[in-house]
Design a protein around this ligand. Sequence first.
Ligand SMILES: *Cc1c(COP(=O)(O)O)cnc(C)c1O
Length: 234
Amino acid sequence: MSVAENLKTIRERVDAACERAGRRPEEVALIAVSKTKPLSMLQEAYEAGARDFGENKVQEILEKYPEMPEDARFHMIGHLQTNKVKQVVGKAVLIHSVDSLHLAEKIEQEAAKRDLTADILLEVNVAREESKFGLMLEEVIPLLEEVKNLPHVRVRGLMTIAPNVENPEENRKHFKKLYQLYVDIKSKNIDNGTMSVLSMGMTGDFEVAVEEGATMIRVGTGIFGSRQIGEKKE
Ligand SMILES: *Cc1c(COP(=O)(O)O)cnc(C)c1O
C-alpha cells in the first residue's frame, strides 16, 4: 500500500470512529508521524493532503523542516532535553512532551527571546509506566498553575502515550481518565481557556482514542509502514 492509500484508510477509520462516538470528523486532527522516514515519504504524504508531521528528535525536525513546503507543520512529540529547546522553538508548531516546570521555563526563555508564544501540551503518564516520561495525573493541575504564569508559553492541552498492548480496548480506561482530566481543567477554567487539544492514540489504538475524545492522533506505522528495529525509541 502506498502512503496515499494508507492515509486514506486511516482517515476513513477515524471518520468511522467519530461516527460511532457521535463526533464530527473535523474535531480530530491526524498527525503523520514521520520519524526515521526519508523526506521523499513526507513529500508523498504532503501530496496526499497531510500537513501535520510528528517527529521525536529535534535533529530530524531541523533537517526536514526547511525542505518541506511552508504550510507543512512539525510537531515535536518526543522527549525534549532542555539543551535542545532553543533549536526547536519557532520551528515546531506544538511541543507535545512538556513534563516539568524546568522544561517549560526553558521554552519560555527561548520564546521570549524570539518574541513569540510557544504552544505546548503537558505529557501525562496515565498508566504510570516506569519506563515512560510524563507527569502523574495528580501532578498536571499543579504544573498547569505554574506554567500559566509564563507569558510566552501557552498550554494547549494534554498528551499521552498509552501502553503498547495487544488489544486496544485495554487502553480505553487510560484514554477515559485523560479525557476526564481535560474536561475538568476546562470546566474549572484552570487553563484560562487555552486548552483545546487532547493528543492521544497511535497506530494500534487510535480508534479507541477517538471514541474517548482525542482531538489529535499520532499515527506513524499505519501511514509510513514499520520502522527499523532500534529506531523505534529515541
Ligand atoms: C512513534 C510515535 C508515535 C507513532 O507510533 P505508531 O505506533 O508508529 O503509530 C506516536 N507518538 C509518539 C510520541 C511516538 O514517539
